[in-house]
Design a protein around this ligand. Structure first.
Ligand SMILES: *[C@@H]1O[C@H](CO)[C@@H](O)[C@H](O)[C@H]1NC(C)=O
Ligand SMILES: *[C@@H]1O[C@H](CO)[C@@H](O)[C@H](O)[C@H]1NC(C)=O
Length: 239
């Protein structure tokens, strides 16, 4: 049985074999940390600790689709500014905000925002949290705006104020799905988001997308990213 060998392989490579027992789903053996057995016979994978759900004969992510009478339909896209947060119930950073600083995105570093004194009292209207808008915009007021992208190393980054520069080979076009605070932030051509240690501070993790063909450090942890629509502008500019 082809599936069985796949399950055993994942069990061994992740060291779960001793800790977790294989279970039975209508004759197919599976690890509950990797799959959910629906109605005693349908196996759906768990991604980054988040179970996919069953819809008819398909498995789906609730952050990208809805299921009505066994038929999947794609969620619509956000239409206002949104914040990002980490989603991996098995990781210590679950639910942590994902924030912009130094032209990259992080868990545990805080937002780096700036408002010049010439802007005056208007500066106080900015919450200075990290908000994005659409598939490539930072939610700012600075003339010219700022854009976010995925650079060729997989790092999620953003352009500086007053500059259109981004590393050659960067890609744009992340989808932010609208579903209360459960819509996903998804780069469809990629293989998923990862939080990687890149600084001396063990509590600070940088966000990467596993672009096809690139390798990320083995100490990175996979995660889903969820969006919460908030509206309003996040900062005059991100630094
Ligand atoms: C946001 O930061 C600017 C300075 O960059 C400051 O003037 C403003 O008061 C801050 N907003 C809040 C809500 O603290
Ligand atoms: C994570 O892996 C990278 C690449 O192998 C390495 O340079 C870095 O020191 C590692 N960080 C930690 C905290 O283990």
């Amino acid at each position: 049985m082809a599936r069985l060998s796949f399950f055993l392989l994942s069990a061994l490579s992740l060291g779960f074999a001793a800790a977790e027992d294989l279970q039975d789903c209508n004759g197919a053996r599976y690890l509950p940390s990797r799959y959910t057995c629906y109605d005693g016979k349908y196996l759906c994978p768990v991604y980054n600790g988040v179970p996919t759900l069953r819809c008819g004969d398909a498995c789906y992510s609730a952050g990208q689709y809805s299921c009505n009478n066994g038929v999947l339909s794609g969620l619509s896209f956000t239409d206002t500014s949104y914040t990002l947060r980490a989603d991996n119930p098995t990781a210590p950073f679950d639910n942590a905000p994902i924030e912009a600083c130094s032209r990259a995105f992080w868990i545990g570093r805080g937002t780096c925002a700036y408002c010049p004194s010439v802007v005056g009292e208007y500066c106080a209207t900015f919450p200075n949290d990290t908000r994005l808008i659409g598939s490539s915009g930072m939610s700012t007021s600075v003339p010219g705006g700022q854009m976010f992208y995925i650079d060729p190393t997989g790092a999620l980054g953003y352009t500086g104020a007053h500059s259109a520069y981004y590393p050659p080979g960067s890609v744009f076009g992340v989808t932010a799905y609208k579903n209360g605070d459960q819509g996903e932030f998804k780069y469809t051509p990629g293989e998923g988001w990862y939080a990687c240690p890149t600084t001396a501070d063990a509590n600070v993790l940088q966000i990467f997308q596993k672009l096809p063909g690139i390798t990320l450090a083995s100490n990175c942890t996979g995660l889903n990213i969820l969006v919460t629509e908030v509206g309003g502008t996040g900062a005059w500019q991100y630094t």
